[in-house]
Design a protein around this ligand. Structure first.
Ligand SMILES: C[S@@+](CC[C@H](N)C(=O)[O-])C[C@H]1O[C@@H](n2cnc3c(N)ncnc32)[C@H](O)[C@@H]1O
Length: 289
């Protein structure tokens, strides 16, 4: 039996039926800590996630700062324990105010060393639109921390995520092209639009979830830092963006979400994606005959 199938059966025995399940995905409606603690083995090649930032969004009750950091430490320790030896962990977090000390402190300053993972790099996610500040610079970035379990052995599919926007693609040195013909290294600053809301300006991928990842952002992580067939985890899956990206790129995925309303959004999104893919496939078959 394949290892990931073993895990799915194993988890279902411990936790009961998942919220929804398909050939390559499972979504659990649960507190992620309960579920992560129940996994007994190293099974995940990659975890991509964005937890609550402790800033009072509709899906969180803010905790005293130290309690919040300890809570993050607990679930990150579990992710480390169940990550494969050559696996990785991508963490996206924003900013928090520290009364009397900081207006908007990047959470990575507080969290970066709270797990046993090895930090490879911080990636800055830069976006064009956002709130306009009056007494400070308008915020236009969030951080992503790229961690691995073993710095001598990890997945990095650079060719899968090269940036084709090269300024001088034909420039040569000693008769050889200077640039890689597929494109350049996308660097550690990623310009990717946020999912916007509002009449006439909402992104086509917008769901009612208030903190949705852009698919372009997740696609780059899934393609660059995991391989086809890998098992991916998002313990705070919200509207299911990580699941969609995994299904689009032949990865398997387990998502956990505590709020049944968001689980419903994720399930509907996944089913719509699979139905659209199926109908595109039928269209292609019809074209052949
Ligand atoms: C920042 S949002 C993630 C959004 C997601 N990346 C997306 O693309 O939609 C964090 C999510 O974590 C969920 N959550 C909060 N506490 C949780 C817990 N203990 N276990 C599982 N999910 C939790 C929230 O309901 C929320 O949907």
């Amino acid at each position: 039996m394949q290892k990931e199938n073993f895990v799915l059966t194993d988890l279902q025995t411990i936790l009961g039926a998942p919220y929804c399940v398909g050939e390559d995905y499972v979504i659990y409606c649960s507190d992620c800590l309960d579920l992560l603690e129940a996994v007994r083995e190293e099974v995940f090649a990659l975890t991509v996630t964005s937890p609550p930032y402790n800033i009072g969004k509709e899906y969180e009750d803010p905790l005293p700062l130290e309690d919040y950091l300890s809570w993050c430490q607990r679930w990150m320790a579990q992710i480390y324990r169940i990550t494969l030896p050559a696996g990785a962990f991508w963490l996206n977090v924003g900013y928090i105010p520290i009364p009397g000390k900081a207006r908007a402190l990047p959470l990575p300053y507080l969290l970066w060393n709270r797990s046993p993972f090895h930090l490879i790099q911080e990636v800055v996610w830069n976006y064009g639109a956002g709130v306009a500040s009056r007494k400070s610079l308008s915020p236009r970035n969030e951080k992503l921390l790229w961690y691995v379990k073993d710095p001598a052995n990890y997945t990095f599919n650079l060719d899968a995520i090269r940036d084709p926007d090269v300024k001088y693609p034909h420039q040569k040195k000693n008769g050889r092209l200077r640039c890689n013909t597929i494109g350049k290294n996308p660097s550690d600053v990623w310009q990717i639009a946020k999912v916007t809301s509002g009449q006439d300006r909402a992104s086509p991928e917008r769901t009612p979830h208030p903190a949705q990842f852009p698919l372009d952002l997740v696609d780059r992580i899934i393609l660059g830092f995991s391989n086809p067939g890998d098992l991916v985890l998002d313990p705070f899956i919200g509207s299911g963006t990580v699941a969609l990206s995994c299904l689009a790129h032949d990865r398997k995925v387990i998502g956990i979400e505590i709020n049944p309303d968001y689980c419903r959004i994720a399930e509907q999104r996944i089913k719509r994606f699979l139905a659209d893919r199926q109908s595109r496939l039928f269209d292609q078959i019809l074209l052949v005959f």
